[in-house]
Design a protein around this ligand. Structure first.
Ligand code: CUA
Length: 360
């Protein structure tokens, strides 16, 4: 009781509503919550019956003063043993049928459904790559989807095992690395999810993948279908940088960053770093550094570019990959850093805030 009270008092207000399986917003998440509630209600009902019986027995059959007789012994009663075996079997069978049913419904493969949006999720230490093979777009960290449509995802890892998890929309799915001998991908997972309304939802890596695992966050931005189409069109338009410092910044970007990063979402080269298209509208920098105001975004970009390893530990000694984000604090002076950030801030194709996307 003491432990329970302590947990209620300390944990009941925990959590970010954008990262909660208790406020589902997609079909998979609704089914998961249904299973959670169903199992919990059955458990509470069993607890209530057991406790009532226990208290009834304690009071009804307690030893009366002066009564030293031995109560009737029921050891080896076939009827009792049948009852306490049969009831759990019925309950577990019931739960198993419903759980298996819903597990298969969540695992439906819509990769051949012409109405589904095809998505490739590639997890890296410690960031997320999202490719839309039918739309010809690559993004990182911010995953845009149209509300109400099935998102048919294939998932894999680039280095170690990660796990894609958006609690408000869907349960976890592992992203496995590895190739077959013929060079084809091994253990690619498929699943389908959706969002029932517009909004911004938080995603997490749900598989311990290294020291920066807790920082491996991403966002899902669910838009009205017509807004999603507008996003696709905007992402395909190259950005023309205007400011004179940004033009200088572009040169710095070409010299220092372009081997690993593209700022064009349609870039065909499979560069090792995150695609930086629309980075001027990112909701966070490096997945978690604040970027709500321009000031915050400048500070976060400067910190990240100067010392990425400080903000994502072990970023510099990735286990499998050979190319990593180096620190630029000794390579770029303050002026060059400011110019580079001016260039990055002009990479604005599409602003989700403009479209009255409520933060759910
Ligand atoms: Cu990636 Cu944990």
């Amino acid at each position: 009781m003491l432990l329970f009270t302590f947990l209620v008092l300390t944990l009941s207000a925990c959590g970010d509503p954008r990262l909660s399986a208790l406020t589902p917003n997609g079909t998979n998440a609704e089914e998961s919550l249904y299973l959670i509630k169903l199992s919990a209600y059955i458990m509470f009902a069993i607890m209530a019956v057991v406790l009532l019986l226990l208290f009834y027995v304690i009071f009804r059959f307690r030893a009366k003063p002066g009564d030293a007789s031995i109560p009737k012994q029921v050891e080896g009663s076939a009827l009792l043993e049948f009852i306490w075996t049969a009831i759990p079997v019925v309950i577990i069978t019931f739960l198993a049928v419903i759980t298996i049913n819903m597990t298969f419904s969540m695992a439906q493969d819509h990769s051949n459904d012409p109405n589904a949006v095809k998505l490739e999720v590639i997890a890296h230490q410690y960031w997320w790559e999202f490719r839309y093979p039918e739309l010809g777009i690559v993004t990182a960290q911010d995953l845009y989807i149209p509300k109400g449509k099935k998102i048919a995802a294939t998932l894999r890892g680039d280095d170690v095992i990660h796990s894609f998890w958006v609690p408000n929309l869907t349960g976890k799915m592992d992203t496995n690395p590895g190739y077959n001998r013929d060079g084809s991908l091994q253990n690619v997972n498929h699943f389908t999810f959706d969002s029932k309304s517009t909004g911004i939802f938080l995603g997490k890596c749900a598989e311990l993948c290294g020291p920066s695992h807790p920082l491996m966050e991403f966002k899902v931005i669910a838009l009205e279908p017509e807004d999603f189409d507008a996003w696709v069109a905007k992402m395909k338009e190259p950005v023309q940088v205007k400011g004179s410092t940004a033009v200088e910044g572009e040169k710095i970007f070409q010299q220092n960053c372009a081997a690993c990063h593209a700022v064009d979402a349609t870039d065909p080269a499979k560069r090792p770093g995150p695609n930086l298209a629309n980075i001027g509208n990112r909701l966070t920098i490096a997945g978690y550094l604040p970027a709500e105001t321009e000031k915050e975004m400048r500070e976060s970009l400067a910190k990240w570019i100067a010392e990425p390893n400080r903000y994502k530990p072990q970023n510099e000694q990735a286990t499998v990959k050979t190319v990593v984000m180096p620190p630029f604090k000794d390579k770029l002076n303050q002026e060059a850093m400011d110019q580079l950030i001016d260039f990055l801030l002009e990479q604005k194709q599409y602003d989700p805030a403009r479209l009255h996307v409520g933060t759910k």
